[in-house]
Ligand binder design. Sequence first.
Ligand code: B16
Ligand code: MG
Length: 212
Amino acid sequence: MIKALILDLDGVICDTAHFHYIAWKRLASEYDYELSEADNEALKGVSRVDSLILILQWAKKEISPEQFEQDLLRKNSWYLDMVEEMVPKDLLPGVGSFVESAHKLQIPLALGSASKNAQTVLTKVGLLDAFQTIVDASQISRSKPDPETFTTAAELLGVAPNECIVFEDSLAGIQAALSGGMRAIGIGKPSDLPGAELHINNLGEYNFADFQ
Ligand code: B16
Ligand code: MG
């Protein structure tokens, strides 16, 4: 029996996945590397540090540990400049009605995000109070595709992993949900998100009549 829904943030609740892409693309260009949409797909759901390690590998570039830290900070400040402009109408289609339906049906909602900026983003789009539990990068030690983000959310909600459905836009996130023993719905194309039991374009397409 399904008792709770766990939502990823970037790419599921708002289009911050696109902001991450713009910021990483800008940094990659400094390494003379053109970050493609396909590269970006592989970065979705991946932590900030692991993302930079991957980009440096693709660019065949070595930088000092000091430069690495500085570049992480610069990427994050470009990202936050874009987040700063966000308002509640920047929620992806159907998010408002999805949250409303879950609340009406008294289905607990958790957030399970790899982002250290999750609370800032939720505040900007007016959803900070929508979740019973918020798990972000500050509470976990192993990032997606490790299931820790989602299993921590389930534990905090007091439900078993197989009583949860995870909504994810990233391959790393779908893998995290499945290896945590949860069900997974992909927000995106089946070709980008193999393994998900259902694919929808946005949360608005989820039919609560199918909940069980
Ligand atoms: P930050 P999610 C993930 O968030 C993003 O998909 C990924 O692109 C980003 O690198 C990661 O958060 C870390 O984000 O730099 O803000 O700490 O999709 O798990 O909500
Ligand atoms: Mg995401």
